[in-house]
Design a protein around this ligand. Structure first.
Ligand SMILES: [Zn+2]
Length: 420
């Protein structure tokens, strides 16, 4: 009997130790793997400051220059821009603007449009406000940091130049030519441009953030005709990727580890919803690819008209993934239905549902230079993908209504953009 118990306990002990050590190593593994993705991103964002300081990242280049008009002639050349000799361009963007800051800057911008038209007040630009805030705080949009947005807006509205007081929340004075005035070369009365120039001249990274945020947000706001009454309005010209009235859920999953094929990071945001949910083109552009990819399944890639943004919508529905038979080079408008939510992908064989749950994978890549727009399946080190979590929450205010007409689902466009 005694022998039996001692034998029993030694077994129990061995099994116990085995189970506990297994559990502990699982916890450690999970912690290290999920933690390391976070760490790499933190490290990169810290490095960027060092890189800018070392001048290895330049902020002065405009991407539009890299894309020659002459190359638009043939369909295949649309996506092959001419490379300029000048190699200065942005190599990394950490898009961390909070929902609150986006809303705040957006409100200033939109409200200033009518004040500008009717009372000739300065037209505020949300990209400038956000870039100013980022340059003041080191890209920190947490907590009460958004005070810089209102301080900057107020300084521009009041025409306050060179006064540190305006930074403290509105004690700035209307500028008089004299002791307050920065120098004799500055325009008088101060223009919006001269105020912006003066308030940003000592901010080392203002130009960098302005270029970076422009690449993300440029052309998102603009004038449009209301389809119903043909009135001219101003506001969002881009849309939420999920059609109005269709439920979805999302999480902060950008940068998480992914293992299929090769070790990589999740360079997008997932929106879980029901199979068949209409997917809306956030921005208009040119179809770069519409077909099968072993990771994304049925997926569609759209390059914005300005060619600074590449949109990637993946895991579309089995059997009927796309709204139309798209081919490379086709154009789509912002707000168009482009496809349907599904769970295809993670398979070499086309049209297979291997993604765990039906969801839209939404990716946004920034392109400052042709070398960053790599069409290879494997993620290139040069590619810049950004976290869209807050941006998509922001776009919640502009979701596209869809309706079935003659057995066909149609997007109900209400805004007709006025092209420049
Ligand atoms: Zn995804």
């Amino acid at each position: 009997m005694r022998t039996f118990f001692s034998k029993y306990w030694s077994y129990a002990l061995t099994v116990g130790v085995f189970v506990i050590s297994g559990f502990l190593s699982y916890v450690a593994y999970t912690f290290i793997v999920s933690g390391s993705a976070e760490y790499v991103f933190e490290e990169v964002s810290t490095n960027i400051v060092a890189c800018i300081e070392k001048n290895s990242i330049e902020c002065g280049a405009d991407t539009t220059d890299y894309f020659s008009e002459a190359n638009k002639s043939t369909a295949d050349n649309i996506f092959k821009p001419t490379q300029k000799k000048d190699e200065k361009y942005i190599k990394w963007v950490d898009f961390k603007i909070s929902l609150e800051a986006l809303n705040q800057a957006y409100n200033y911008d939109v409200k200033s449009w009518s004040a500008h038209k009717t009372e000739n007040k300065p037209k505020l630009c949300w990209i400038e406000l956000l870039a100013y805030s980022a340059a003041k705080t080191g890209n920190n949009f947490r907590g009460t940091k958004c005070k810089h947005i209102s301080a900057f807006a107020k300084a521009i509205n009041d025409g306050v130049v060179g006064s540190a007081k305006s930074e403290q929340g509105g004690q700035g004075e209307q500028v008089k030519k004299g002791e307050n005035y920065p120098n004799e070369n500055t325009a008088f009365p101060p223009t919006k441009e001269s105020v912006v120039k003066e308030l940003t001249k000592d901010l080392k990274f203002y130009n960098y953030y302005h270029k970076a945020f422009s690449a993300v947000l440029e052309n998102f706001l603009g004038e449009y005709h209301c389809v119903r009454d043909n009135k001219t309005e101003y506001g969002l010209l881009v849309y939420h990727p999920i059609a109005k009235g269709y439920g979805y859920s999302s999480a902060r999953d950008f940068g998480n580890a992914r293992a299929f094929g090769f070790k990589r990071k999740h360079l997008g945001n997932d929106f879980f919803g029901r199979t068949g949910t209409p997917i809306i083109a956030v921005e208009g552009g040119t179809i770069h690819e519409a077909g099968w990819n072993r990771y994304g399944g049925w997926r569609i890639g759209i390059l914005s008209h300005c060619k600074k943004r590449y949109y990637y919508y993946a895991h579309l529905r089995k059997d009927k993934p796309f709204y139309k038979d798209y081919k490379r080079g086709d154009k789509v408008n912002a707000g168009d239905i482009i496809g349907y939510l599904g769970n295809t992908g993670y398979s070499y064989k086309p049209n297979r549902n291997m993604a765990s749950n039906p969801h839209l994978h939404y990716g946004l890549q920034l392109v400052f230079h042709p070398s960053q727009f790599d069409t290879d399946e494997r993620q290139s080190k040069n590619e810049i993908w950004i976290d869209n979590y807050n941006l998509i929450r922001f776009l919640q205010k502009n979701r596209m209504q869809v309706k079935t007409e003659n057995d066909k689902l149609i997007a109900q466009h209400t805004r007709k953009p006025i092209s420049e």
